[in-house]
Design a protein around this ligand. Structure first.
Ligand SMILES: [Zn+2]
Ligand SMILES: [Zn+2]
Length: 132
C-alpha cells in the first residue's frame, strides 16, 4: 500500500495518508484561486481514517463561491494549507492539496469544476469530467 506525506513549506505540519485517493480534482473558482495564490486548486480526497496529522495547525473557515463552507487547516508558521474538510463532512472525508505532496507521480485529476472561471491558458486532461 502506498504511503504519502503532505507537508507545509516549513515541514512542521504534515499529513500522512495510506492508500490511493478516492477522488482527485481541480477547482478553478475564485475562492480556490485566492486560497492557493495559484490559478486553480488541485486536491485529493481520502477517507478520514487513512489520514494521520502531525504538527500544529490553525483553522480558517472559508465560504466558497456558492456559499459552501470548508474548514482549512494551515501552518501558523509558514501559512501553507495542508488539509481541509467540508463542513458537515468532517468525520468522513479529508481533502489535501495535491501540491503539498510535491510528488510528480501523483494521480492526475479526473474531475474539473468551475471551468467558467478557468484562466484561458490552463488545460486539464481531456478525459476528466468537466463542470462549468
Ligand atoms: Zn509550515
Ligand atoms: Zn474552488
Amino acid at each position: 500500500m502506498s504511503v504519502r506525506v503532505a507537508s507545509c513549506s516549513c515541514g512542521q505540519l504534515r499529513a500522512e495518508v495510506r492508500g490511493e485517493p478516492t477522488r482527485v480534482s481541480v477547482c478553478h473558482c475564485h475562492a480556490c484561486q485566492r486560497r492557493t495564490g495559484s490559478v486553480f486548486g488541485a486536491q485529493a480526497r481520502f477517507p478520514r481514517e487513512v489520514v494521520a496529522v502531525e504538527g500544529e495547525g490553525t483553522e480558517f473557515v472559508r465560504v466558497g463561491d456558492e456559499g459552501g463552507r470548508s474548514r482549512f487547516t494551515f501552518c501558523p508558521r509558514c501559512g501553507s494549507t495542508v488539509f481541509y474538510v467540508a463542513e458537515g463532512d468532517e468525520g468522513r472525508r479529508i481533502a489535501i492539496p495535491v501540491g503539498a505532496f510535491a510528488d510528480t507521480r501523483f494521480p492526475a485529476p479526473t474531475v474539473s469544476v468551475y471551468e467558467e472561471r478557468m484562466h484561458s491558458w490552463v488545460s486539464v486532461p481531456d478525459d476528466a469530467e468537466h463542470w462549468r
